[in-house]
Design a protein around this ligand. Structure first.
Ligand code: 16G
Ligand code: MG
Length: 562
């Protein structure tokens, strides 16, 4: 929250904004007051709440923050995505995308929070103060630097009204914008990076939907050469924006007869707002540990689910013994297995070090497999995509996934250059180099992208000739339990060591340690949620009833301190 107070500590503004801008701001925000008593915070995934809880006000102010950020960054294009991901249809949210397609720089979250919490009567003046505080360097050079913004949204009924409020803000400050309409979150991240690298020696891609599909389809075709996907994949789109986008992508992909893929889209109804994320989608499957009731899948069908904005992916299948989940941990391992093998086959094992990033929620069995069998280094970070993303960027090839299915694989600039410049000396090496090179294009380099992750997973399963059962069989998950605990004040719980330990309240960690020590393969932690007013307790152990018991014990400890 570094910027929280700073705008108010400064003396008089260095520049005064044109009175027409101030008037336009004051008039523009008028229809969007902050409901009494309402407080907003730019959280792990931007602002998110019930759409009718004053979100238009928030979105208006986010438009202003985007304009400021664009001006500061030499008119680079900033992205604004309107979505509430896997939340119910009546919710919505907004998040900002930085010029290279990554998430808003953390130090700006405070500015966004402050402006969102500014009452209408003060908004124009506060914005003027922000201009003076943030744009000092710009003001001294060229006061009229333009601002550029692009907008995308998911399929929620509140979307158009929010876009209207956003455009009112952008119009008031004279920002230029392009509204893409419906996009998945990762598509918007892709557009932003494409636009900002258009003049680079190697642009990221063409900033259109067609450009996105074409890039992915070309990479997919290269990777499929000589490989065969076994049977169809059933994709549950959570009745969200992923559905029309995946259907569009399918038109660019070769069919299974043409050596490609047979994708069966289910839960694709975006015309009935109330069905979004309802009894379907990645969050449903992961938290309920069962297939969506409407998924039409038969025994042993390979299935996967996206979430409402298509940035999360989990796989699963059902057989005679029941439901089996292949979550983010498994997808990460599959990716690491493949890329490590390709690096070796390309003769580049020593130059392309594969690393894996997990959070404390990764199943202990997956961590052990990666360390002992795969022999790939692991880093653990706090929950939230931005933390994993930054850690992954430090490896040559950084694979990161949260167990809940958010994730992607990053290739460093150095790795990309080595892959693209190495001359193959035999067909095997050429094949591996082509696969690595196509992976860079197939896997969204800006953010986790469920559709691209799904295609990559399909290619790797084809390469390994693995059924979901083979994939599941590479290690056995430890039984685990996740519980939500309501406490009086979650802010007294402070974590350390990538959220694996509590440093406050004093003494609590000792008690948790003691509880954990009495279980075979026991592990547990408690952390305050970043999205809800609760504490989350995770426990795992060798036997299911022990994981349950450990979770219950830690829950009791937490309640005692909270
Ligand atoms: C947000 C994060 C997600 C994380 C979740 C944890 C992004 C885009 N989303 O949804 O990665 O797993 O929060 O929620 O970063 P929690 O703090 O309530 O457990
Ligand atoms: Mg999402």
């Amino acid at each position: 929250m570094s910027g929280l107070d700073s705008p108010f500590n400064k003396p008089k503004p260095v520049v005064s904004l044109d009175v027409r801008v101030l008037d336009a701001l004051a008039a523009g925000i008028l229809p969007y007051p902050v409901p009494p008593g309402r407080k907003y915070e730019y959280g792990t995934a931007g602002f998110r709440m019930k759409a009718d809880a004053g979100l238009e006000h928030v979105v208006f102010t986010v438009g202003l923050i985007a304009a400021l950020r664009s001006k500061l960054l030499k008119s680079a294009t900033i992205g604004i995505m309107i979505t509430a991901s896997h939340n119910p249809p009546e919710d919505n949210g907004v998040k900002l995308v930085d010029p290279m397609g990554d998430m808003l720089q953390q130090s700006w979250e405070g500015y966004a929070t402050t402006l969102a919490n500014t009452q209408n009567a003060d908004l124009a003046k506060t914005y003027e103060q922000f201009v003076n505080d943030i744009l000092v360097s710009v003001i001294s050079q060229n006061q009229d630097r333009p601002a550029n913004v692009v907008i995308g949204r998911d399929t929620r009924p509140s979307g158009p009204g929010l876009v209207k409020a956003l455009k009112a803000a952008l119009d008031a400050v004279g920002a230029t914008y392009q509204d893409y309409g419906y996009l998945t979150t990762p598509q918007l991240h892709y557009m932003v990076r494409c636009i900002n690298t258009q003049k680079h020696p190697v642009p990221f891609g063409i900033p259109t939907e067609e450009g996105y599909y074409q890039k992915m389809a070309n990479a997919f075709k290269t990777m499929m050469y000589g490989r065969k996907i076994n049977g169809p994949v059933i994709v549950d789109c959570a009745n969200g924006v992923g559905a029309p986008k995946l259907k569009e992508l399918i038109k660019y992909l070769p069919t299974s007869e043409e050596g490609g893929i047979d994708i069966k889209v289910v839960n694709d109804d975006i015309l009935k707002p109330e069905v979004l994320n309802h009894d379907c989608g990645a969050d449903y499957v992961k938290t309920r540990q069962r297939a969506p009731p409407g998924s039409k899948a038969a025994i042993n069908d390979r299935c996967c689910s996206l979430d409402g904005d298509a940035d999360r992916l989990v796989y699963y299948y059902t057989d005679s013994s029941g439901f089996h989940l292949l979550d983010g941990d498994r997808i990460a391992i599959l990716g690491a297995v493949f890329l490590k093998e390709m690096a070796e086959k390309a003769g580049l094992a020593d130059k392309l070090k594969v690393g894996l990033v997990q959070t404390a929620y990764a199943n202990g069995a997956s961590t052990e497999y990666v360390k002992k069998v795969l022999d790939v280094p692991i880093e653990v970070t706090a929950t939230g995509v931005k933390h994993l993303h930054h850690a992954a960027a430090r490896f040559d090839i950084g694979v990161y996934f949260e167990a809940n299915g958010h994730g992607t694989i990053l290739f460093s600039e150095k790795a990309t250059q080595i892959i693209r410049e190495t001359q193959p000396r035999n067909p095997g090496q050429k094949y591996a180099l082509d696969s690595l090179s196509a992976s860079i294009d197939l896997i969204n380099q800006t953010v986790g992208d469920a559709i691209s992750d799904m295609l990559f997973t399909e290619v790797v399963l084809a390469y390994k000739s693995w059924t979901p059962e083979n994939w599941l069989g590479i290690y056995k998950d430890l039984p685990n339990r996740l519980v939500r605990v309501t406490v009086k004040d979650r802010s007294v719980f402070r974590t350390t060591d990538a959220e694996r330990k509590l440093e406050s309240p004093k003494g609590i960690q000792n008690e948790i340690n003691k509880a954990v020590a009495s279980y075979v393969k026991g592990r547990a932690f408690a952390r305050p949620s970043g999205t809800e007013d609760v504490l989350r307790v995770y426990a795992e152990a060798h036997y299911p009833h022990e994981a349950e018991a450990l979770a219950a014990q830690v829950e009791e400890i937490v309640k005692k301190y909270g």
